[in-house]
Design a protein around this ligand. Structure first.
Ligand SMILES: [Zn+2]
Ligand SMILES: [Zn+2]
Length: 377
């Protein structure tokens, strides 16, 4: 005995379309096969809800059902037909919750999109550090991919011939199959959903409408890209079979390292050796940055682990305007060889500085073991 459609969805007989949609969505989410793998009971409940919804969401069908019950909804109740093409509403509701794959599994057809769309491809490109920072107007690549057959221009047919309508599905590309008390529309097994077949296939592509060939393209490298940045070239992927639209081509960048810099997003870090005496007496150091020479002033008494930030001297931001910063990690450079005179002078100095350091080593340990808040902007 079939259950009442209103009872299945748990709504009043006077429920509005909105209430019906809401109730159905709740059930569909709860009992969706993706969430209940190998659960026959959930699957039945899901189908039951889908059937109830298909009737109560259609005002004509709902009226007939209200008047005649299940008799009015399609005779014996055995011939309920699950036609995905009539299920726009269904897709709308679930589309935002599940990927197209869920529908593909359930209804034997791809959810949305063209079924003969070509594949996306991805290639990796090595880029110098300089090109990654400043960008490059034109970079060229050559690759092999499936392209439209030049002999048949994608039709897959020999010259002067054409495709023939499939006799099994009469051109619709779909056929009816039964599963339990459902009749479902699935892709035609003879023509694979094309609705037609090719009696005289093109000899160049064996009737596929595409061949593997070399392909050259050029693109612009945006300034500021990093390792792993991906650029999409629309419609430059592989073409689909029989004139199907092309997928996209993705360029994945692999940026070479510059030995001078450690990159952290848009910021750069650099170690700068400074003669140890400069920390004591103060002085100026000249720096070659990515954007020209900079002079950094070291004040007298600067600690030997000082970090100097040069704002806007980092890598350009790809998505926003401006640049990151350059952090200079000053490091005391200590001479390893002294002559007699130098040694004597320093020994004398050492006696003059007999006092002990007052600053604890805490700040250095922080730098090694974290306490990030100090440095991050
Ligand atoms: Zn061909
Ligand atoms: Zn067919």
């Amino acid at each position: 005995m079939k259950r009442d459609y209103y009872e299945i969805l748990g709504v009043d007989r006077s429920a509005s379309l909105d209430e019906i949609k809401k109730a159905y969505r709740k059930l569909a989410l709860e009992f969706h096969p993706d969430r209940n793998p190998n659960n026959k009971e959930a699957e039945d409940k899901f189908k039951e809800a889908a059937e109830a919804y298909s009737f109560l969401s259609d005002s004509d069908k709902r009226q007939r059902y209200d008047q005649y019950g299940h008799q009015g909804s399609g005779g014996t109740g055995q011939s309920f037909q699950f036609d995905p093409s009539q299920f726009q509403g269904f897709e709308d509701i679930l589309g935002s919750f599940f990927g197209g794959g869920a529908f593909g599994d359930l209804f034997g057809q791809r959810g949305g999109g063209s079924s003969n769309q070509g594949s996306d491809i991805q290639i990796k490109i090595k880029v110098t550090f300089k090109d990654a920072v400043f960008g490059k107007d034109k970079e060229e690549v050559e690759l092999k991919k499936l392209q439209r057959c030049e002999n048949c221009v994608g039709s897959g047919c020999q010259k002067g011939t054409g495709p023939q309508t499939c006799s099994q599905c009469r051109g619709s590309g779909q056929q009816v199959t039964r599963q339990g008390f459902f009749q479902m529309m699935v892709t035609c097994s003879k023509c694979g959903g094309q609705g037609s077949w090719i009696p005289n296939p093109c000899k160049t592509c064996n009737g596929e409408g595409r061949t593997q060939r070399s392909f050259k393209t050029s693109f612009k490298i945006p300034a500021g890209i990093d390792n792993g940045t991906r650029l999409r070239l629309n419609g430059q992927g592989e073409v689909g079979p029989l004139g199907g639209p092309a997928g996209d081509l993705y360029i994945l960048f692999e940026v070479e390292k510059d030995p001078r810099y450690q990159r952290d997003g848009d910021d750069l870090h650099q170690i700068v050796d400074v003669p140890w005496m400069t920390f004591v007496t103060g002085g100026k150091i000249k720096m070659e940055t990515l954007y020209g020479e900079e002079t950094v002033t070291v004040t007298a008494g600067t600690p030997a682990d000082k970090v100097v930030r040069l704002a806007n001297a980092g890598v350009p931001r790809v998505q926003r305007s401006g640049r990151g910063d350059l952090y200079l990690h000053l490091r005391a450079w200590v001479p390893t060889q002294l002559n007699e005179a130098q040694r004597g002078a320093l020994e004398a100095l050492k006696d003059a500085f007999s006092d002990t350091p007052t600053e604890s080593s805490g700040s250095i340990l922080d730098k090694v073991f974290g306490s990030k808040k100090k440095k991050k902007k």
